[in-house]
Design a protein around this ligand. Structure first.
Ligand code: ATP
Ligand code: MG
Length: 249
């Protein structure tokens, strides 16, 4: 099961990604991948950050650079999960890190390597994969994107968040992600939930209530999964069940 979590900034992607990792890890081996430059998925899982992959300059150069601007597009990456992740129970966390030169799509050794790694994680591994993203998903190549079983687009009750979610949905369809579902987050009323259900051009699979416990967890820097299990956490447990149903379908 390969899951990508997307949505506008601040909607709750990392909270939901980290909690889902913890919940799914009760039954499955999980690889969680943080591809957001702010690198805070580890806090929502409750594990130390490993070294960001993009900073392994020597290893990347050794495996990727052939010389004179030529890159090996298929560098060895199959040892990365074991050697450059941090572990918590059934979860291995990989942090992609940032590539500074020349923007998202640039052909540089780091990007070439990160793309190859993601392709490996999606195509070759049998663990559950949970990818927490920054806002955009454009950088997922078609080959990689097509193999995701599921994209969850997190959406809070705001016009802008709905608008962004619809845009992400279009893009996800264009690059071939099969199942794209909305998750309404920070909900305080039926009115808000309905606003999202009406606004999204695709199905809302679950909703998570607004919950002070999430804010408290964030203030203390501990994962929601380690707090007393409140309504938001229970809702994410329900979301995990829905995900397993989608997988079986
Ligand atoms: N269900 C919820 N109830 C209350 N607050 C929430 C809820 N979900 C998320 N938040 C709060 O919203 C803020 C953003 O959450 P989070 O970091 O998970 O979002 P994000 O989409 O990953 O953000 P970014 O785009 O910056 O990566 C945090 O302060 C978090 O405490
Ligand atoms: Mg985040």
């Amino acid at each position: 099961m390969k899951i990508v979590i997307a949505g506008k900034g601040g909607v709750g992607k990392t909270t939901i990604a980290g909690s889902l990792a913890r919940i799914l890890a009760e039954k499955h081996r999980v690889i969680a991948v943080d591809s957001d430059p702010s690198m805070n998925l580890h806090t929502s899982i409750g594990v130390e950050n490993p070294a960001p992959i993009s900073e392994l300059k020597d290893l990347i150069n050794e495996r990727t650079v052939i010389g004179q601007g030529l890159y090996n597009l298929n560098p060895k990456v199959d040892d990365i999960v074991n050697n450059y992740s941090s572990n918590k129970n059934n979860i291995k966390l990989i942090v992609m890190g940032t590539v500074e030169e020349g923007g998202e799509g640039c052909m540089c050794p780091e990007n070439t390597f990160l793309r190859a790694l993601l392709r490996h994680l999606v195509l070759k591994r049998d663990e559950v994969l949970i990818l927490d993203t920054e806002a955009g998903i454009e950088h997922l190549g078609r080959k990689t994107a097509e193999r995701f079983d599921l994209m969850l687009v997190i959406c809070e009750p705001s016009f802008k968040s709905v608008e962004t979610a619809n845009r992400i949905h279009e893009l996800a369809k264009d690059i071939g992600i099969k199942n794209v579902y909305g998750v309404a987050n920070k909900i305080t009323s039926n009115k808000q939930l309905n606003l999202i259900k009406k606004g999204l051009n695709f199905e809302v699979i679950a909703y998570v209530p607004f919950d002070e416990t999430v804010i408290k967890a964030d203030m203390e820097g501990v994962p929601l999964a380690d707090m007393n299990h409140s309504n938001s956490y229970k809702a994410i447990v329900e979301l995990a069940k829905k995900i397993e149903e989608v997988e079986k379908a």
